[in-house]
Design a binder for this molecule. Structure first.
Ligand code: SER
Length: 906
């Protein structure tokens, strides 16, 4: 059965159900749903979290979906097990306070066991084993009653397996899994009744988990591990959250061995076979590589489609790793040419049947992916040079093993994967200090984990806000309607705890029943303004945030008077000047975005933005620097929109309507069919999903002055601009600079550039002249040095120190002195320079000296220990560096003896 058919049957089963009632089919949300605790959406329930927590009223009592998910903690295991993909699709059914355990169990059992001819999956009942949380007798009894299975067929497992949470504070509950016995080829025989509390590892492949039914009833306040968590209380209602692995069911129903061989993934492996000439199934190590390719190509494509661009942290880093691992695996399979242009279109054609945006947005998706592959190929090339140097050094020193810190530096600085270092080392007959490398990696990982924990801590503690929301409901938010409200204080907090009052000078968090203040979101900075209480209390609003959906929290500082917790009669006033500037900047951002797309083409898509009164910046996916002309054009198109005074308007519609309309939905938006707000400027010229505050028509933006464009990480550029009075102020500052320059240069404005260019050229010529003079002076000393040569067993030896001379100077002088000594008799020149705490040792020999066995390379190596350095080169000329200036004289003094020793040994 094709994957698409499994998906259809799943949704139809729940949409058409008449036992508990029809479920609303909800389209998949973006992988990048705005949840500060999650890098990516990793389960079907994520978009519904506010409904489970009772933060929002669900628009339907039951839902079903097939949700795109990404999980990357086990990225190294991909391809090695049969069931771990980084991208996968989770089929789910959800009840928000509607049906509970019995309904969920019956619906799942019916679908998997119903014959294929009747719309089910037709799995053999005798191979199915339900599991329950040990102690959940209710679930156990229900499984027996609903399925007719005897109690010995039910597996009882501990909380590690059968209590589900998001891994962070949030909803959770006991769960039941449906396990499918794949037969004795996949693991030892077992007795269901005696298994538990943990599932034995050797049964994980045999007893394949296909469906997880979560009886979501608890709210967790802390999660330390899968089996160690704190339950804060019961959720407002008892819910159902289930997740069936689409790929897992597909490989069972398609008679395949693992998820990489199913209809939507295997064609990529087939193409990889054609490209590499190797066959899947011939060699276990190659098979893992083929599976990595199939998985990573698909995952990275889906991530790019949802707006991720490669980068060095967070989501961007995950994407970069996926792309690089795919390219690298192809290389290990013997394919060294660009691989993604061959493979990704195959994945697109398979996945595009369900996700049509892969076709619509292909130009951008492919550009991001292919550019990253090109960059990685360059990295491979430069890293290879570094590797070769390191390997040569090890071999010259007579070693056999590349030090761990070198392997780590290659990995960390050049993005060189360790397996590549290992492979290349073995080609050269070297080993790698893997132990040392892994220790350094472990240290780095520990640092990264500590960072992540610290970050999570900042976001996770929303319990205090949720308590306020539970007690008072959502804030009446009037930012679109008015700049002033009469309000009442509902809560006053400091550091997450309620306080009775705020004294003068103190800062705290104030929740009002209604507010005109815009909370920071969608790139727009929070409003500034004041809140006053009759009788002389004045509060400055420092920040405004929405830490949980529906609740607006003002961070306030008491300027005068005192603020009691239950204050009524508060006058909340947004600074009107501020808001005017904010509206100009936000509308300006949309204008610049539309202008950008007009000038660069529709594949230039915003990846992030920030705006505050007078200023905006916009990051967008683009792989090359913009030319000055493009920047000027973007500014010109923007200002034409202002001059044309395009109307600005907004309206609510469903997401699908917004899409039909061509509105640009940036990541972070919920893709269910709730109403979204679409802001348009000049009708179809600019349509974006946006919750910000805007001007009424474009000329109110005043002006758009683009100040620059720069790279912000690979594949992303940033454009910055000033709007409104700030724009004019910026131009005025530029004018002041020009007038100061005209004064200094006594020139007309139009001549300033020419004059400065002339001056720079003259300065360069003078610097060159100065350099020539310095060199002449240095070389003038050469004759004297040559004359002062001493004789060591018939060899003319020059050895001296040169203070203030850099490595380049020392080298030039050494070859000059050698030339002056001629070819008639053997000559050796050793000059030791010392400048800025650095020592440079240069040795030069002529042919006659080399004929007597003297080598510049040997001399530099022999002198190295005196100056704490090393280095080398060839027999005629060698150079080394060091850090111990105190040893320079000793090095110089040692030269005659070293020469004598070398001669003696010859
Ligand atoms: N949330 C559960 C899971 O991810 C069931 O959907 O397994």
């Amino acid at each position: 059965m094709e994957t698409a058919e499994i998906r259809r049957r799943f949704l139809a089963h729940f949409e058409r159900d008449t036992t508990v009632g029809a479920h609303t089919a909800v389209p998949s949300a973006s992988l990048l749903l705005d949840d500060p605790n999650l890098l990516f959406v990793n389960a079907g329930m994520v978009p519904f979290k506010p409904y489970f927590l009772g933060q929002e009223t669900p628009p339907y009592p039951r839902a079903t979906s097939v949700q795109k998910c990404v999980r990357t903690p086990d990225i190294e295991d991909v391809g090695k097990t049969t069931r771990h993909g980084t991208f996968f699709e989770m089929c789910g059914n959800f009840s928000f306070g509607d049906y509970f355990k019995e309904g969920a169990i019956r619906l799942a059992w019916d679908l998997v066991t119903k014959p294929v001819a009747d719309g089910g999956f037709g799995l053999d009942e005798s191979r199915l084993y339900p599991s329950v949380l040990a102690g959940d007798d209710e679930a156990e009894a229900l499984w027996c009653r609903v399925t007719g299975l005897p109690p010995e067929r039910i597996i009882k497992l501990g909380p590690k397996e059968n209590y589900w949470s998001m891994g962070v504070p949030g909803p959770g509950g006991p769960c039941s899994e449906l396990l499918y016995d794949r037969g004795p080829e996949f693991g030892p025989d077992f007795e269901a009744a005696t298994l538990g509390p943990d599932m034995p590892v050797e049964l994980e492949d045999r007893l394949l988990e296909i469906w997880n039914l979560v009886f979501m009833q608890d709210e967790l306040s802390a999660v330390r591990s899968k089996s160690d968590f704190d339950i804060a209380g019961q959720l407002p209602s008892r819910n159902i959250d289930t997740g069936m692995g689409l790929e897992r069911v597909a490989f069972l129903l398609q008679g395949k061995q693992n998820m990489y061989e199913i209809d939507v993934m295997f064609p990529v492996i087939e193409r990889a076979m054609e490209l590499t000439g190797r066959r899947y199934g011939d060699d276990p190590a190659d098979d893992v590589r083929f599976r990595v390719v199939a998985d990573h190509v698909r995952s990275s494509m889906m991530l790019i489609s949802d707006g991720v661009t490669p980068g060095n942290e967070g989501r961007g880093y995950v994407l970069r790793r996926l792309l690089r691992r795919a390219v690298r695996s192809m290389r290990l399979l013997g394919h060294e040419d660009p691989a993604l242009p061959e493979l990704m279109p195959v994945s697109r054609d398979r996945m595009g049947e369900t996700y049509r945006e892969l076709h619509d947005d292909w130009e951008r998706i492919s550009r991001v992916a292919f550019t990253e592959e090109d960059a990685f190929r360059k990295t491979l090339r430069s890293g290879t040079q570094i590797f070769d140097l390191a390997a040569t050094e090890v071999k010259e020193a007579g070693g056999r093993s590349l030090p761990g810190d070198q392997a780590f530096a290659l990995h960390d600085t050049y993005g060189f994967p360790i397996d590549l270092t290992l492979e290349m080392a073995s080609e050269q007959g070297l080993e790698v200090d893997e132990q040392g490398f892994r220790e350094l990696m472990a240290e780095q990982r520990a640092r990264a984990k500590a960072d992540a924990r610290a970050k999570r801590g900042q976001h996770a503690d929303t319990a205090a806000y949720r308590a306020v929301l539970d007690a008072h409901g959502p804030t009446e938010w009037l930012a679109y309607e008015t700049l002033e409200t009469e309000s009442r204080a509902l809560a006053l907090l400091r550091e997450g705890r309620p306080v009775p009052a705020l004294a003068p000078g103190e800062v705290g968090e104030l929740v009002l029943d209604r507010t005109p203040f815009y909370a920071e979101s969608g790139g727009q900075a929070a409003d500034a303004g004041r809140i006053e209480l009759d009788g002389g209390t004045v509060l400055e609003v420092v920040d405004v945030q929405r830490p949980v959906r529906g609740l607006v929290v003002h961070q306030v500082r008491v300027l005068e008077g005192e603020l009691p917790a239950g204050a009524t009669g508060l006058h909340a006033r947004v600074d009107p000047e501020w808001r005017t500037g904010a509206r100009q900047a936000h509308s300006g951002t949309h204008v610049v975005h539309a202008a950008l797309r007009e000038v660069l083409g529709p594949s230039a898509l915003q990846s992030g933005s920030y705006n505050r009164p007078g200023y905006l910046r916009l990051d967008f996916g683009w792989t090359s620097a913009l030319s000055p002309e493009q920047v000027r054009d973007i500014e010109a198109v923007s200002n034409q929109a202002l001059r044309a005074d395009l109307p600005v308007g907004w309206q609510y519609m469903t997401l699908s309507e917004a899409r039909e309309w061509g509105a640009i939905a940036l990541f972070g938006e919920t893709y269910d069919d709730q109403k979204v707000r679409v802001v348009e400027i000049g009708g179809p010229w600019s349509r974006e999903l946006c919750g910000g505050t805007h001007v009424e028509h474009a000329s109110q933006i005043g002006t758009v002055v683009v100040t620059g464009e720069a790279s912000v990480g690979s594949g992303n550029r940033r454009i910055e601009a000033y709007t409104g009075v700030e724009g004019f102020a910026y131009l005025a500052r530029e004018r002041d600079v020009v007038s100061e320059l005209t004064g200094l240069l006594k020139a007309q404005p139009d001549d300033v550039v020419g004059r400065v260019r002339d001056m720079v050229e003259r300065l360069r010529a003078v610097e060159k002249e100065l350099e020539r003079a310095r060199l002449a002076q240095l070389l003038a000393g050469g004759a004297a040095l040559a004359e002062a040569a001493q004789d060591v067993s018939g060899v003319a030896v020059v050895a001296t120190r040169l203070d203030g001379a850099s490595g380049g100077d020392v080298r030039t002088l050494a070859t000059d002195v050698r030339a002056r000594l001629g070819q008639d008799r053997p000559a050796v020149v050793v000059l030791v320079g010392a400048a800025d705490g650095k020592v440079s040792v240069v040795a030069a020999t002529n042919d006659a000296a080399r004929a007597r066995g003297l080598s510049a390379n040997d001399l530099v190596r022999a002198l190295g220990p005196h100056v704490g350095g090393r280095g080398g080169g060839k027999a005629d000329l060698a150079q080394g560096g060091g850090t111990e200036v105190g040893g320079v004289d000793a090095a110089v003094a040692a030269v005659p003896a070293e020469v004598a020793r070398a001669l003696g040994g010859a």
